[in-house]
Design a protein around this ligand. Sequence first.
Ligand code: ADP
Ligand code: MN
Ligand code: MN
Ligand code: MN
Length: 339
Amino acid sequence: MSYRAEYIWIDGGDPTARLRSKTKILDDNALPPVWGFDGSSTNQAVGHASDCVLEPVFTCPDPIRGGGDLLVLCEVLDTAMVPHESNRRARLTPVAERFAGQEPLFGIEQEYTFFRGGRPLGFPDNGFPAPQGGYYCGVGADEIFGREIVEQHLSYCLAAGLNISGINAEVMPGQWEFQVGPLPPLEVADQLWMARWLLYRTAEEHGVSVTLDPKPALGDWNGAGAHTNFSTRSMRENYDAIITACESLGHGDKPYEHLRFYGSGIERRLTGQHETSTWGEFSYGVSDRGASVRIPWQVEADKKGYIEDRRPNANIDPYDVTRVIVDTCCAALERAAQV
Ligand code: ADP
Ligand code: MN
Ligand code: MN
Ligand code: MN
């Protein structure tokens, strides 16, 4: 007997990489082996030397096909088995290993927007829907668009064993969020990419597309982010470590270094309006949804917990975002001997 393995990888899309996948039929007793693909069709190679290598890094049950079928997330290598330059996961691995002793955890809030016929789902063919106000966490056919897709996606993620911590309808019609975590950096990023693939695939069956565009509708409509919640063991135990982490993110050129990895088009989203901070200015504060980094009120009350970096766009590569946050915050905590 055989099973189907869906090999999933991240392409060389610039400025924003996209997901690709193809199917391999395997004997029941075989583990998914290293495989390959035509990199000249994914912006990862030139035609006369087009082979790229797929190395499985994270496998889970395929909840869509069911049975013994698998989803297989891969890293992309060149034929010398060196990580391809588009392979951001390979850059995160050494940083995650270096600071693993601090036990960093991430919870990422993935916002996204459904589109049909070139318009956000729920936008009429002509004109605009009622202004924002009732859609966030709403209920009823006048507020909610695409819930059947969202529920199916959630069921698939849970069946695949992904650590989804919640879902909610967002501020604009057709806009939704799911959260992954808390998990260590590599795990949260692997699972977020896998959950994204399941989302595109689920929506496809409904004739709906998904965009992670940070500002999918012009005008007075919220953008789409990927708020990144972060803690280390010491931050989960004391408030001084929380403040050290916040300060480290605002230190020197760090805000600009981070924004380079916080998603294409970030200046379109971080306008200082619609629950965002202003692009060029760093700030942190308790309960402040207009700050770059928010300390949840409960964290201030408990004097321990986690921080929320609100700047990352929906279209981030989570391998990059978790890497720069761990690199900045864990190094500062180490220097302050708060580990
Ligand atoms: P918001 O109020 O900003 O909408 P959400 O409930 O959508 O917050 O998301 C919060 C995220 O933070 C969840 O993914 C949750 O798992 C994560 N989280 C909770 N505790 C921690 C922690 N100690 N470290 C990192 N992430 C955490
Ligand atoms: Mn949220
Ligand atoms: Mn949200
Ligand atoms: Mn948030």
